[in-house]
Design a protein around this ligand. Structure first.
Ligand code: GDD
Ligand code: MN
Length: 408
C-alpha cells in the first residue's frame, strides 16, 4: 500500500464486506511506513462509474475545502469500477497534484454500495464518508456534516427532506418514485428506514467504530440503509442540502436499481429477525414438554401427590428447565454480558412471570376463539399455542434478556 511508486492504485480488498477497526499502527513499524499508515481523521469515498468528465472538478473542490478545514488529516478514495471511459486513469493522472487522493480500480466486482465498502476497507480515517462524483452533492455540505460528527453524532446524513433541503428540478415521476421507494422501505423496515428523513441519501458520514467488525451485505445503491441496519448507531445528525442537477455524464439509475433496492430491504428484514434464536427457543420449549410430563408422572404416580399440586409443580420445574437452557444457549451471548447470580435470578423472575402471563393468555385465547368466533376447539388450541410461543419468545427477548446496564 505504501512502498508505492507514485500513482500506484490501491489494492482491492477481497472476501467479506467488513470494515476493520482502526489500525493503531502496530503494523507500521518502519518510520517510512508509519507516515502512510498513520490513522487520520476523515476518509471520503467517491464511487465512480463513467465520471471521467467530473473527476477533476470534484477532486479539486473537495481538496480545497478540506485543505482549509483539516489539512493533511483526510484522504479522498476514489473507487472506480473499471469504467469504459477510464475514469480511474483520469484520477491517477491528477494524483501528483492532490497528495490526499488515492485511487482503486475494481475489475471483479461492480455496484455502488459494494464500491463504498471496499473503499472504507482500505481507509485509515476515524470517520468514513461517501459523496457522489457528479457534483450533485454540494461539497460545502461536508463541513456541516463534519460539524455534526464533532458535536457527537455517530452518523451525519445530508438530507433533501429537512429545512434547507430539496431537489432542483425533478420530474413528478422521479419525485413519486423516490418517495414511493421510501414508503416501501418504511413498511418493510420501519426501525431502520424511519430513523432518517432521507434514507435514500448517498451523502453521509459515519464513525468507523459504529460499523467496524460488522458483516455488511449490500446490494444495489442504498448503502445508507445497510449502515443503519447493521451498524450500532445511536445519535444521528441531519443536514439539509439541495440535490443539484447533473452537468456532465449521466445517471446510472435504471429499473434494475429498484429491484435491487427491494431485494436489499428484504434481505435486511430477514437478517434482522432473530431466526436462529427463535429456533433454539422452540427446541428448548419442546424439551420442556418432556420435563413437565416426566416430573408430573413422578409426583402423581410415584409419590402419589394430588393432581393440581402435581401439575403446578411439574410446570414450574419445566419453566426452570427452559430458563436454564435459554439462559445458557438461546440467549447465551446476552447472559454472558450480564454476569452474576443476582442478574441471573432477575432474568429468571421475569421469565417466570412472562410464561405465567402466557399461560393465562393461552386460556383466554382458546375461550375467545371457541366461544366468540366459533373456531373448532383443536384449531383454537393450536392457534393459542402458536400465539403464546411467539409471545413468550418476543417478550422474553425484549425484557428478560435485554442488555441494559452492561459495560461495552
Ligand atoms: N464504483 C461505482 N460502481 N460507482 C457507481 C456505480 C457502480 O456500479 N453506479 C453509480 N456509481 C457512482 C456514480 O458514478 C456517481 O458518482 C454516484 O455513484 C451516484 O450515481 P448516479 O447514477 O449519479 O446516481 P443518482 O444521481 O441517480 O442517484 C443518487 O441520488 C440519490 C439521491 O439522494 C445516488 O447517489 C444516491 O446515492 C443518492 O442518495
Ligand atoms: Mn447522480
Amino acid at each position: 500500500m505504501s512502498f508505492s511508486q507514485p500513482n500506484s492504485l490501491l489494492p482491492v480488498p477481497l472476501g467479506a464486506f467488513e470494515v476493520p477497526g482502526q489500525r493503531f499502527d502496530e503494523m507500521s513499524v518502519s518510520s517510512a511506513d508509519a507516515e502512510d499508515n498513520a490513522p487520520i481523521y476523515f476518509s471520503l469515498v467517491i464511487p465512480t462509474y463513467n465520471e471521467s468528465k467530473n473527476v477533476k472538478a470534484i477532486v479539486a473542490q473537495l481538496s480545497q475545502l478540506l485543505d482549509n478545514k483539516i489539512p493533511g488529516d483526510y484522504e479522498l478514495i476514489l473507487v472506480d469500477d473499471d469504467s469504459p471511459d477510464r475514469t480511474w486513469e483520469v484520477a491517477q493522472g491528477i494524483m501528483a497534484d492532490y497528495p490526499q487522493l488515492r485511487v482503486m480500480r475494481r475489475q471483479e466486482e461492480r455496484g455502488l454500495s459494494t464500491a463504498v465498502i471496499r473503499g472504507w476497507q482500505v481507509a485509515q480515517g476515524e470517520v468514513l464518508g461517501v459523496i457522489d462524483a457528479d457534483l450533485q452533492h454540494p461539497p460545502e455540505t461536508l463541513l456541516e456534516l463534519l460539524g455534526e460528527i464533532e458535536r457527537g453524532a455517530d452518523l451525519a446524513v445530508a438530507s433533501r427532506h429537512v429545512a434547507e433541503g430539496g431537489v432542483s428540478d425533478w420530474s413528478v415521476v422521479r419525485r413519486v418514485l423516490s418517495r414511493g421507494a421510501q414508503t416501501i422501505g418504511l413498511v418493510i423496515l420501519p426501525g431502520v428506514v424511519g430513523r432518517v428523513s432521507d434514507p435514500m441519501s448517498g451523502y453521509f458520514m459515519v464513525r468507523r467504530d459504529c460499523i467496524a467488525g460488522k458483516k455488511m451485505n449490500p446490494t444495489g445503491y442504498k448503502i445508507l440503509i445497510e449502515v443503519l441496519g447493521r451498524g450500532s448507531i445511536r445519535w444521528i445528525g441531519e443536514v439539509g442540502y439541495v440535490f443539484q442537477e447533473r452537468q456532465e455524464g449521466e445517471s446510472k439509475v435504471t429499473w434494475k436499481q429498484y429491484v435491487e433496492y427491494l431485494q436489499h430491504l428484504l434481505r435486511l428484514r430477514l437478517d434482522r429477525w432473530p431466526v436462529g434464536r427463535f429456533f433454539r427457543f422452540g427446541i428448548v420449549g419442546f424439551s420442556g414438554v418432556f420435563v413437565d410430563m416426566g416430573v408430573f408422572y413422578l409426583l402423581r404416580t410415584v409419590l402419589g401427590l394430588a393432581l393440581t399440586r402435581s401439575a403446578i409443580l411439574s410446570s414450574e420445574v419445566a419453566i426452570i428447565n427452559n430458563f436454564l437452557w435459554n439462559d445458557l444457549w438461546t440467549f447465551g451471548d446476552i447472559s454472558k454480558r450480564q454476569p452474576g447470580n443476582r442478574q441471573r435470578f432477575k432474568r429468571f423472575l421475569k421469565f417466570n412471570l412472562i410464561c405465567l402471563m402466557g399461560l393465562i393468555l393461552n386460556v383466554l385465547l382458546v375461550n375467545l376463539l371457541f366461544n366468540v368466533f366459533a373456531v373448532n376447539e383443536y384449531l383454537a388450541k393450536l392457534i393459542a399455542i402458536v400465539a403464546v410461543t411467539l409471545w413468550n419468545f418476543w417478550i422474553n427477548m425484549k425484557l428478560s434478556w435485554r442488555v441494559t446496564d452492561v459495560q461495552k
